[in-house]
Ligand binder design. Structure first.
Ligand code: NAD
Length: 264
């Protein structure tokens, strides 16, 4: 799985083709979408039009909460593949645990069938707290390859990262730039950016890469799409990393997975 990919949340379907095309031209090979984003069709059009060999692409999509359950998952997965115009995805994720529904174990059993049938090359979860991971791993036979969680310098998620390391799960960071809301103006980040002659977004993405996170920054602005992948020719030093370590506020921008039951 490429460590840096392109996220398309909040990109309307009719703009997704252009955004994903720009990303592929800029060198991204991993694209993160979801059924609930309603842009799997536009994403799929860009993948097809790119002419890139399928094996060079890494496509992730996610099962929405309302479709959790064994049979409904299999139907929803068919619909996602159809919209993407693909015969397999590289990674399929349960979007949220939805504790009120209590169906993620049955849902993951359907994921195991999709994996066994070769229609997903890997299966995983998103927004799972350590307690949800423990239960899932006890009850099923495949350890999720990935847990995609909200993670950025103001929400560093030490507890989840430790749980992932214990189970051998890759940590994927959503809203890696803190949704561009404030994080990129934090003086410590701006100072590190000036020191390296880079942008605050590049510093934050570099921090993720050096911390070991998979990242999927989103933008629809071509210059930013290119800027966000241009992060492989500089390195943060120990002083920079220490300056970012103290920015953790433990504050979420998104919902708390323990309570988020939309679509239940
Ligand atoms: P992000 O942290 O990637 O921030 C995106 C925003 O930051 C942009 O809309 C823009 O306003 C700004 N931005 C981007 N590049 C910039 C740059 N170079 N300079 C200045 N500003 C810049 O936020 P996100 O879209 O929430 O998260 C990224 C991806 O994560 C999503 O597109 C989606 O694929 C995924 N995601 C998953 C979940 C989940 O529940 N699994 C939830 C949210 C997001």
């Amino acid at each position: 799985m490429p460590q840096l990919g392109f996220g398309v949340w909040q990109v309307p379907d009719d703009e997704a083709e252009a955004a994903v095309t720009t990303a592929l031209e800029a060198g991204y090979r991993s694209i993160d979408t979801a059924a609930i984003y309603e842009n799997e069709s536009g994403t799929g059009k860009a993948l097809a039009a790119s002419g890139l060999p399928r094996e060079e692409l890494f496509v992730t999509t996610k099962l929405w909460n309302s479709e959790q359950g064994y049979d409904s998952t299999l139907r929803a997965f068919d619909a996602s593949l159809d919209k993407l115009g693909l015969d397999h995805v590289d990674l399929y994720l349960i979007h949220w645990p939805v504790p009120a529904k209590d169906a993620y174990v049955d849902t993951f059993r359907a994921f195991e069938k999709i994996l066994a049938d070769g229609r997903a090359r890997a299966i995983g979860v998103s927004n799972f707290l350590p307690e949800h991971l423990d239960r899932l791993i006890d009850a099923t036979s495949v350890v999720p390859a990935v847990n995609q969680i909200e993670l950025h310098p103001q929400l560093q998620q030490a507890e989840s990262r430790e749980a992932h390391a214990r189970h051998g799960i890759a940590t994927e960071a959503w809203s890696p730039l803190g949704q561009g809301r404030g994080l990129l103006e934090v003086p410590a980040i701006v100072a590190i950016a000036q020191k390296h002659g880079r942008t605050p977004a590049q510093v934050v993405l570099r921090w993720h890469l050096q911390t070991g996170n998979v990242v999927i920054p989103k933008s629809v602005t071509p210059s930013r799409i290119r800027e966000n992948i241009d992060v492989f020719d500089f390195e943060l030093d120990a002083e920079d990393l220490a300056g970012i370590a103290v920015l953790d506020e433990g504050r979420r921008l998104g919902p708390n997975p323990a309570e988020f039951n939309a679509g239940a």
